[in-house]
Design a protein around this ligand. Sequence first.
Ligand code: 13P
Length: 258
Amino acid sequence: MTDAARPCVIAGNWKMYKTIDQALSFLDIILPVAPKCDCEVLLAVPFTIIESAAKKAEASPVLIGAQNMNDASEGAFTGEVAASMLKDAGAKFVLLGHSERRTIFKETDEFINRKIKRASEIGLLSVLCVGETNEEREGEKTREVLKQQLSKCLEGVKYEKGKLMVAYEPVWAIGTGKAATNTIAEEAHAFIRGVLRELYGEEVANGMPILYGGSVNASNAATFLKEPDVDGLLIGSASLGAESFAKILELRQNRANT
Ligand code: 13P
């Protein structure tokens, strides 16, 4: 299996940062860079930015998406946002199951499962985030945790091409400056692909991008991308600066021109 069968995906997660003006200035720098790179570029932005960023990125290969949504189609859920509303605002994808949602907002695998089903009904690409805590890794529970998160979150989810990706984000590596090594990432990604194989079969598992996230920056990004099962990156703080994000995209630039 070579990585040629899967697209490379470079995704940014802006979390709760940026105003609309700041987002549009970021896009002024990134939009000319993205078409020269051999990768799909995704930006998960705050809800308030989706519409204006999606309009600005419309004719470009950059996809604008959300960082969360509710599982219900609509209803009396004060403060929540539905998948159809994200689509209406121009979102093409949604991050689901991010560890900050799981830990701070107590989201369960069952809730995330319902969200993935709703996103798929609406036609949004789901980027499902999974990953173990430091305690779980030290207790040698990483595989068990990953398997449980994947099987519960994907239970009954029908695979549709281009509508599902997985991001491996070890909780201990998020926002800590302590990225996983490329070996740790590759081992987890290969394991995740094995679970996807059990759930969806060889062809689907081999075609599904698995991204690594957790303290990725312009200096360490290349070491992850050379691993056979690491198909892309999900970047937090280093996606906030247009220059640092552009540097990461440029790692894929020569490939598009060769
Ligand atoms: P950092 O890149 O800031 O560690 O964040 C990773 C992340 O949570 C992306 O979803």
